[in-house]
Design a protein around this ligand. Structure first.
Ligand code: ZN
Length: 271
């Protein structure tokens, strides 16, 4: 088991679920020393949960989840059974791709503050990757735990109906109002220059949206498959089945903005 000390208040251990979509694995963060908050206990991995329980002993005050996809929250039930610490988070609006074992003892909302003796965490609701996605801001260290809102090394999947591209962009913009020093993502390493990271992600999403618009205008009307090939021509083909979700999310945003209409199975440019 590798424990990475990120700061006086924050330790990270990574679950053993590395892969194409999870990078080195899901990060579990342990905040505080005497009164510990666990953020994202990860998948239902007995070894990982046992490691968390061993490090924290009797000191876990609560288990928080950033969202309820299967690589982030199923460990919450196991860790609760092992330690009796309460589970906190938000419920998703849709059932697809969600962890069915997630039963929070209390529901968090935007602006809630979790106070412990040596630190406080502020809850920021960031829908987009998932309707119930929460980031946690550690005021003392200006460190934000971003789950899958922002991850290191790749862009996140936006899968409708629970995922929404327009909400995702709004949820990125609200981070620009915060005084941030570090991003602690759900996958990968600590990231510096948070505002520059956020700007890059927004411009990358707008670059992708421009490719969607260019492809539709060039083809005049186009099916999802035809657009996928053109819009993601720079992406590893193993990722195309997943990129299709984000493409749908871009199209829904453009339909909401009345720039594209859907005609049967094809998409048509309006302006
Ligand atoms: Zn994840």
């Amino acid at each position: 088991m590798k424990i990475t000390e990120l700061s006086p208040l924050v330790r990270r251990i990574t679950a053993d679920n590395s892969g194409v979509f999870t990078g080195p694995g899901t990060n579990t963060y342990l905040i505080g020393r005497d009164e510990i908050t666990v953020i994202d206990p990860g998948p239902a991995s007995k070894d990982h949960i046992e490691n968390i329980a061993k490090i924290c002993g009797e000191d876990i005050k609560q288990i928080l989840v950033t969202h309820t996809h299967n690589d982030h929250s199923p460990g919450a039930k196991l860790l609760h059974q092992r330690t009796a610490a309460p589970v906190k988070g938000m419920k998703a609006l849709h059932n697809e791709m969600q962890d069915p074992t997630f039963k929070p003892h209390s529901i968090l909302k935007d602006g809630d503050i979790i106070e412990q003796v040596d630190y406080s965490l502020r809850v920021i609701h960031t829908p987009g990757h998932a309707s119930n996605h929460l980031c946690y801001f550690l005021e003392e260290e200006k460190m934000i735990f971003t789950g899958d809102h922002i991850m290191d090394g790749s862009t996140v999947v936006i899968a409708p109906p629970d995922g929404s591209m327009s909400q995702y962009l709004e949820s990125l913009k609200i981070l620009k109002d915060e005084d941030l020093k570090y991003i602690a993502p759900g996958h990968g390493d600590l990231m510096e220059n948070p505002h520059a990271v956020v700007d890059w992600i927004i411009s990358h999403r707008m670059f992708r949206e421009k490719k969607v618009i260019d492809a539709i205008t060039e083809l005049n009307r186009a099916s999802l498959e035809a657009l996928l090939e053109k819009v993601y021509d720079d992406v590893d083909s193993r990722l195309l089945s997943i990129a299709k979700y984000s493409l749908q999310a871009h199209l829904i945003k453009l339909i909401e903005e009345e720039r594209v209409v859907q005609d049967e199975l094809e998409f048509v440019w309006q302006h």
